[in-house]
Design a protein around this ligand. Sequence first.
Ligand code: PLP
Length: 477
Amino acid sequence: MRHKQSTSMQNTPVRAADLPAIGRLLEWPCIQEEIKRHGHQFIVRQLRDYLAKLRVQALQSELFYSAIEPEQFCADFSIYLQEKLQPAVRSMINLTGTVLHTNLGRALLPEVAVQKVVEALTSPLNLEYNLVTGKRGDRDDLIEQLLCELTGAEAATVVNNNAAAVLLMLNTMALGQEVVVSRGELVEIGGAFRIPDIMTRAAVKLVEVGTTNRTHPFDYENAITDQTKMLMQVHCSNYEVVGFTKSVSLNEMVAIGNKYGIPTTVDLGSGTLVDLTQWGLPFEPTVRQTIEAGADVVTFSGDKLLGGPQAGLIVGRKKWIDAIKKNPLKRALRVGKLTLAALEPVLQLYRSPELLAERLTTLTLLTRPQEQMHKLAVQLQPLLAQKLPPGYTVRIESMHSQIGSGAMPVDLLPSFGLVISAPSESSSGSAIMRIEKWLRTHSKPIVGRIHKNELFLDLRCLSEKECAYLHRKWGQT
Ligand SMILES: *Cc1c(COP(=O)(O)O)cnc(C)c1O
């Protein structure tokens, strides 16, 4: 009888006035535990917010007495806290097939760089302190020699990213004056970076020459006036102009520049320091080749093909690099110590190019043999299959990965992965989105790629650790 009564009571909506008071809640042992973990102030604030939520439910007669019994209340509040404390920055599993994925943080760094970053975070360092003279130093000096050695340039500097590098170069070398760029190279990269917009903000005048598909040497020559301060070439990172095309080679541009005494600069975008064809990857002009072709200043990213931290590297003639370093904007765009700590060991790996594919994570991933991904697919397919709701299927399939970040958009890397199909009667796409969401809401969120109503999980970027996680997660029945 008593039992029955309490059950019916549990199912009665709570009156708002019956919600427990904060003062009383603070005495509950489970709340005391939370206070030990997170401190009094935080827990009081969270209890207030949580009770406000319950009050709304109570006023709508949607809260039952069972929810405010200590055991249930504590369990629910603990979940509420967990969600609240979930960090916004989360690590994920990249099964998109795009190795350098801008939305997922681009290059993964090798362990040597990670060690250096940890050191830089936890110990003082010679960021701006010259250990030879005991005087104040320049943070750029830390990597300048190494960059010069690897690129053949006279001088080098580094800023926050390549967009900053281009902005600073333009603003230093052509402030208020004209810069000549081919119409075929007025690119937009990843939405927010557009060459014409950056030029406006750098306070230089863009002089467009040629047409979208064809630009000739005479186009540049005809555009040169006494206002012209620079000829700029921009790497067409994320698209390719094919068919009836003509562009002016860097050698030709440099020859024109030299004839009129105007510097030629190149925004190389991804920029690589080694010839990637030795690993069967598509050809990309290296920074050294670009310098050897006579470019006065070259800019490129640190976290694209280079495989390092986010940074913008600027190399070239000493005269121009010195001017760039003196630009007051340089101070606003400078890199932090963590970037420098990570960049140096990555650059050092390039001193032993024959070992690079083993050591540089980005290159290891780009050159990963297809059999490895196949092996992973064979292991994971049955685990995933038994986790999917009835009607869904998962098959092993060969697929193509992409390099990403605008590097070589049309060249694809043979890979293997899993393809999930929704039950055949569902064609709306919501059935496959349900699985996409399930993967995205894993404790380590997984992201794949939807193609023609199927979900592709390319296993190229799956690390051993991540694979072990999937075994744990999908292995339980
Ligand atoms: C990627 C890219 C940029 C921008 O580089 P961030 O390092 O992302 O700032 C600029 N120019 C070209 C040609 C690029 O490919």
